[in-house]
Design a protein around this ligand. Structure first.
Ligand SMILES: *Cc1c(COP(=O)(O)O)cnc(C)c1O
Length: 325
């Protein structure tokens, strides 16, 4: 296994959600990966610990990455790169002049070189745009390492490979066995890491990825690809199959980073019941999906369920006007 930097506050806590468990008639636990840090809170730092280690080892002095205007990944990259003395550039997708708020505000506060592109450009040519930025930096004598969206590529997936091992250690300490793990899925790297550790170590857990943008077919392909790439870093000979990847795409709602009243009401209800804040883009949709699946008897006998809170708090603030409080 590759080595990594130690940046995140690990291991993250696992807590039981008492009232919500009682309401649903299941044993529901939450892993607080929203508490991996402050500036780099959320799931991306686990991936970045591996990615930035590679960047440092290979003598890069700059990192370039991309995401939506409120990207948690971009903000975590900027924060962690800055922390270890690297320069950061973020290519953010927006079709309007963005308000300086939430994650984007923090990108600027932390000193990132912020570039913009339209959703059209992002979809078609973000890789090329990032290459051009790297070339621009090369002219200044700097070496830029390009991190793909969400750090969802082979080495990034090692972050949640390790997180799964962390979960299993915590199970032993707690004397609980988690049968089902639920996580929001946006670019697939988190799921890929969990899946690989589950497969390679034979943990035999059911892992459900709640899609927040694209459909199940898309994610099965993407996660299969990321997992194949990640296998290169793991001394393991296993056959991975798309059939083993479980994605639920029924709770995307009206689209990526867009919220319905039902979703925001759910976040409000959950906050008041458990004192835990979910985010509107990922965890709010994923927890609402889990809630509905259990309520509507679509998810039967899930056993002990572990929901991974992957963060996203800063993305909540730009949406505060949409809440009905
Ligand atoms: C990026 C992100 C996810 C999704 O993780 P992927 O590895 O991209 O699938 C979930 N929750 C939050 C808060 C995120 O920022």
């Amino acid at each position: 296994m590759k080595s990594k930097l130690n940046l995140a506050n690990l291991p993250t806590k696992i807590e039981k959600l008492d009232r919500f468990s009682e309401d649903l008639g299941i044993n529901l636990y939450i892993k607080r990966d929203d508490q991996t840090g402050t500036e780099f809170s959320g799931n991306k730092i686990r991936k970045l610990e591996y990615v930035l280690k590679e960047a440092v080892d290979l003598n890069y002095d700059t990192v370039i990455t991309c995401g939506g205007i409120q990207s948690n990944h971009a903000r975590a990259t900027v924060a962690s790169a800055t922390k270890i003395g690297l320069k950061s550039v973020v290519l953010l997708r927006t079709d309007e002049v963005p308000k300086v708020e939430g994650n984007y505000f923090l990108d600027k506060l932390l000193g990132a070189d912020v570039r913009f592109c339209t959703s059209e450009e992002y979809k078609k040519s973000r890789a090329e745009i990032m290459k051009n930025i790297a070339a621009e930096y090369a002219l200044k004598g700097m070496r830029a390492y390009i991190i793909p969206e969400g750090a969802s590529f082979g080495i990034g997936a090692l972050g949640y490979y390790s997180a799964m091992e962390e979960i299993v250690l915590q199970e032993k300490e707690m004397g609980v066995n988690f049968n089902t793990i639920v996580v929001a899925t946006g670019s697939g790297g988190t799921y890929a890491g969990l899946y690989l550790a589950n497969k390679i170590h034979g943990y035999d857990k059911r892992i459900i990825g709640m899609a927040v943008c694209d459909d199940a077919v898309y994610f099965k392909n993407v996660i299969h690809e990321i997992s194949s790439d990640a296998l290169e870093y793991l001394d393991a000979e296993v056959d991975i199959s798309k059939d083993e990847i479980e994605i639920n795409d029924k709770y995307i709602g009206i689209g990526y980073a867009l919220s319905t009243k039902e979703e925001l009401d759910f976040i409000t209800m959950f906050a008041r019941k458990e004192g835990v804040i979910l985010d509107p883009v990922y965890t709010g949709k994923a927890m609402r999906g889990l809630f509905s699946e259990v309520r509507n008897l679509k998810l039967k006998d899930p056993g002990n369920v572990l929901f991974i809170h992957t963060g996203g708090l800063f993305g909540l603030f730009p949406k505060q006007d949409q809440f009905d409080l």
